[in-house]
Design a protein around this ligand. Structure first.
Ligand SMILES: *Cc1c(COP(=O)(O)O)cnc(C)c1O
Length: 454
């Protein structure tokens, strides 16, 4: 980190100057385009989402056998939405501003198998890889076969000769580790410095090889990639470049169409939908956003949320350097309470792709994460891990900030807000052990008592 570097970027942009000073910001994306136009700039389309959905359907009979907790959903990995009126009331009070419309929470913290949004992307990528090699080697005759065969000894023995590796701040490792080892693969997880002890213990108890790195996420991924690439029998789930992770996540966004219909929630020109997504490397918010855009077009507004210490997507988009800049180059980084978002450098693949689809982004201080965590628990009896609460600040960031108001004005949304639906995407938490929960709750409660207002 060199000082002249910091100066170079902060002179270029007022926003980068604010980010570099650790302020909470709201950013109105200057490249945001109508969905139809944005769709012309990308090679992905609704066909890719349908292909991913069909693959997940093919694997459902196997998932149902391998993970009995998916019995009820017939092997489909999906989550509910719940309305959170008591939390909305508290947010309104603390911000001195009423959010019109309704506030909902998307419960990816309750996703089966790994209890985080990673279950969408990572499990999809591992399944796709398993399917690809099983077809190549003639073990699976065609995609018409009943995929229950993946639970047979023959398939497990076949995968037991192969490796899967991944670099992670923790949660991606849990999803890849659980799915990969269930199929029979030898799984190696490279954990960055943030990774919580319980995640390492948990994976080891499932027979996964865990390598602990003293370095940040970008470096742990790099080391994992080098080790995996040296072994021709090893497949690397690459969070920095993975198309498959992205496609797995898109399904979650697209499925919202039916889920909202089933709840009687209208989304159209006069009933806008705002979705707030916690963002680390950018894979999950990008995939979900792409799916939402294919489902709702210009009637959905997707906004990503990052920690003030690691606003890697904001920095990548604002500087237009994408993955060629790290937050360390503007003097940020270090440890954040939102460990699931502790990514210093965004994904080049998704940052470039999503450029025109994201409406906006914002950043939150560690103390804000802690307060949201405690108050959600206090008001709604829902415990989320710190990263997962980031979306809850979204509606007020949008309504209160100058940049947010500017976005609403430009897009003719000001008169429609009373008919709006806001969804905060809760990205994880159900697997956090009790003693860790206690610590987060106590810290959150203490910060909340010190600070009356935002
Ligand atoms: C990984 C993660 C995110 C962000 O997903 P990215 O693909 O890294 O942007 C958000 N919340 C939780 C709990 C996560 O584990």
């Amino acid at each position: 980190m060199l000082d002249h570097h910091v100066g170079k970027f902060t002179e270029q942009s007022q926003l980068i100057k604010e980010i570099a000073s650790g302020l909470e910001v709201f950013w109105d994306n200057p490249s945001y385009s109508p969905a139809e136009e944005a769709n012309r700039y990308t090679k992905y389309s609704i066909k890719d989402i349908e292909d991913a959905e069909e693959r997940l359907q093919r694997f459902a009979p196997y998932i149902k056998i391998a993970f009995p907790e998916t019995e009820e959903s017939n092997g489909i990995i999906e989550s509910e939405i719940i309305e959170i009126t008591a939390m909305k009331k508290w947010l309104n009070e603390i911000n001195d501003k009423n959010v019109e419309g309704n506030l909902w929470l998307k419960r990816d913290d309750m996703l089966p198998i790994s209890g985080t949004i990673k279950a969408r992307g990572a499990i999809y990528e591992v399944l796709k890889h398993a399917e690809t090699i099983a077809l190549e080697q003639g073990l699976l005759k065609s995609i018409e076969e009943d995929y229950s065969v993946f639970s047979s000894k023959e398939f497990r023995d076949f995968f037991a000769k192969r490796h899967i590796a991944v670099g992670t701040t923790g949660n991606l490792g849990i999803s890849v580790g659980r799915m990969g080892s269930k199929l029979g693969f030898n799984v190696t997880v490279h954990m960055s410095v943030e990774a919580k002890q319980w995640k390492k213990d948990y994976l080891r108890s499932k027979g996964v090889r865990v390598i602990e790195h003293e370095t940040n996420f970008s470096k742990a991924v790099e080391q994992g990639r080098v080790e995996s690439n040296a072994n021709p029998n090893s497949y690397f789930v690459d969070d920095e470049h993975s198309e498959e992770l992205f496609l797995g996540y898109t399904v979650g966004g697209y499925r919202m169409k039916k889920q909202l219909e089933d709840k009687g929630i209208i989304v159209d020109e006069n009933h806008p939908l705002f979705v707030y997504l916690p963002c680390g490397i950018g894979g999950s918010p990008s995939g979900i956003t792409f799916g939402l855009k294919q489902a709702f077009g210009d009637n959905v507004h997707c906004i990503f949320a990052e920690p003030t210490k690691m606003p890697s997507m904001l920095l990548g988009l604002e500087s237009k350097l994408y993955d060629e800049i790290s937050v360390e180059e503007i003097g940020l980084g270090g440890i954040t309470v939102a460990d699931g978002l502790a990514v210093p450098r965004t994904s080049g693949l998704v940052a470039k792709l999503m450029h025109n689809y994201f409406s906006a982004g914002y950043s939150l201080k560690d103390e804000t994460f802690r307060r949201l965590l405690w108050n959600l628990y206090d008001k709604e009896s829902v415990f989320l891990e710190p990263a997962a609460v980031a979306g809850l600040a979204g509606p007020h960031k949008l309504l209160v900030s100058k940049e947010g108001q500017n976005y609403l004005k430009k897009n003719n949304l000001e008169n429609k807000l009373h008919q709006a639906t806001h969804i905060a995407w809760a990205t994880g938490g159900s697997m956090v052990p009790d003693d860790n929960r206690e610590v987060f709750l106590e810290e959150g409660k203490a910060v909340s008592e010190q600070l009356a207002k935002f």
